[in-house]
Design a protein around this ligand. Structure first.
Ligand code: UN1
Length: 503
């Protein structure tokens, strides 16, 4: 199975991919299947010298790519999107194989890549700047958006394909090249994805637009964040990582686009339609085995319905099929690795010691390996559970209660992270309060849908320790360009602004 997936994506015989059995002797990094624990293949990592060569090639490619008219860059991205369409099944399966996402979600991830490519094609004719009236006679004032340079993209294991595409497809139409450092937990998906884009671009006469570097933080990551040749570092991962990256990049006056941890809550108001709320919460809390940055981790339920909601969720959790992510009907696969399982166990233990009650789950799954039970924990009557302040990348849902919606909003906002949030309510007043200036403080705020599974058309990202960056749709493209304000004097007089006379 794994061999045929690798073959379909041209990874067999790829210069960076070695057989698992040869990985040790060739000094390659071994990639494991989280479902079985078995090695899939080895990948060769970059050295300081090969890192340098890739960035140098990206700088060189930028030199000409920036001058290709944006709509023509869009045509290259269109061809890349077509290629992703052709490889959707195989690439989706590779995502499942490498990070344990169920097939539907692996395919959904590649669909995000196809969608953002389409979005970028349209955008390639819409990189609009404003024209503003000059206060001086015979002057024209306007702004234009120009390519920024090679962009460093750092991505996490949980979206090993789409997050790169959000960045690289937009960057490409903006006239930038990309140097991508993927997670070492998902390098095969990265090699396959980057190869698809690079092959198309190269065939159309643009080699070097899509670069890939792989290695440890010490060898590659730190070099990249400190590298003045990369004017923008777009990094997705933990807040701990973002804090380090942000400071290093700021030191050299580079730009950062940070998409970091979430601790997302769903508020269930007493007027909520539970036939919507329950399945939405289940998908958002256990989908991708709780390893999305948008996963629902906290449930804030009106006290009058909390017992009913918890009982319904427990019943729903009992029917969730856990197992091989590539098997039909599986809804939850494994966690990414043993460390993630340990973090899950630690959080449950901590929650219990802080007075939380396990409603269901709480243990490793009988399938063993990296499988855990989706878990619901009721917080004690004090409504406080310090462990719930942390983002544990696992399917653990903490249930809180509230009396007044204002109190629920304060709880929603009462954590360090600010990515996604949702309210289930049939009250227009409560929905609008949730979306008002005094409402949710998150980058994403939804009504009657869950916290995860955002569409690519909106800007994606969050506030506070989520990092403040926005990727994907809306006007996120502006982060990948430099703004230039231009004033042209087409008259015969030199007029100074602010009415200044200097003669
Ligand atoms: C992430 O987990 O880093 O909204 C990205 C979602 C997906 C993207 C998640 N479209 O859940």
């Amino acid at each position: 199975m794994s061999d045929s997936i690798l073959k379909a994506l041209g990874l067999e015989g790829h210069p960076r991919v070695v057989k698992a059995s040869e990985a040790a002797s060739r000094g390659a990094h071994l990639v494991h299947n989280p479902t079985t624990g078995a090695p899939i293949a080895g990948v060769t990592l970059d050295t300081a010298a090969s890192y340098d060569a890739t960035v140098a090639a990206s700088v060189k490619a930028f030199d000409s790519w920036r001058s290709v008219p944006a709509p023509q860059r869009g045509l290259v991205v269109r061809a890349i999107g077509e290629e992703f369409r052709k490889h959707k099944d195989a690439l989706g399966a590779l995502v499942s194989l490498e990070v344990g996402k169920i097939r539907q979600e692996g395919l959904g991830e590649v669909q995000e890549t196809i969608d953002i490519a389409d979005f970028a094609v349209g955008l390639s004719r819409q990189l609009y700047g404003l024209t503003m009236p000059s206060e001086r006679p015979n002057h024209r004032m306007f702004e234009q958006w120009l390519p920024l340079g090679p962009i460093g993209v750092i991505s996490a294991f949980n979206f090993p394909n789409a997050v790169w595409a959000w960045n690289s497809m937009l960057a490409a139409v903006c006239g930038d090249t990309t140097v991508w450092k993927p997670s070492l937990l998902a390098p095969l998906t990265a090699i396959a994805s980057n190869q698809i884009a690079d092959k198309v671009a190269t065939a159309l006469g643009h080699p070097g637009v899509f670069g890939l570097v792989m290695g440890t933080d010490a060898e590659v990551g730190e070099r990249m964040t400190a590298d003045p040749r990369l004017p923008l570092i777009s990094a997705t991962g933990s807040s701990r990582m973002g804090r380090i990256v942000g400071q290093v990049v700021a030191k050299r006056f580079g730009r950062c686009l940070l998409e970091l941890g979430g601790n997302n809550a769903v508020i269930v108001d007493k007027s909520a339609d539970l036939s919507l709320a329950i399945p939405a919460i289940v998908f958002a809390a256990v989908g991708t085995a709780g390893q999305r940055c948008t996963t629902t981790r906290r449930l804030i339920v009106h006290e009058s319905i909390v017992d009913d909601v918890t009982a319904r969720l427990k019943r729903a959790y009992e029917t969730i099929r856990i197992g091989d992510p590539l098997a039909d009907g599986t809804l939850v696969g494994p966690l990414i690795n043993d460390r993630a399982v340990e973090a899950f166990e630690r959080a449950v233990k901590e929650a219990k010691s802080q007075g939380g009650t396990v409603v269901c789950g709480g243990e490793r799954h009988f399938l063993g390996g990296r499988f855990v039970q989706p878990t619901i924990i009721r917080v004690p009557a004090s409504n406080r559970l310090p462990i719930s302040d942390e983002e544990t990348f696992a399917p653990i849902l903490y249930v809180f209660t509230f009396k007044e919606v204002a109190e629920a909003v304060a709880m929603n906002n009462g954590v360090a992270q600010g990515l996604s949030s949702a309210i289930f309510t049939d009250s227009v007043r409560n929905a609008e309060r949730f979306l008002s200036p005094a409402g949710s403080d998150c980058g994403i705020a939804n009504v009657n849908i869950g916290t995860s599974g955002a569409e690519i058309g909106g800007a994606f990202g969050g506030e506070k320790e989520t990092g403040g960056g926005r990727e994907s749709g809306s006007d996120s493209w502006k982060a990948y360009m430099r703004r230039q304000t231009c004033t042209v004097n087409y008259g015969a007089q030199l007029t100074l602004a602010q009415g200044i006379r200097f003669e």
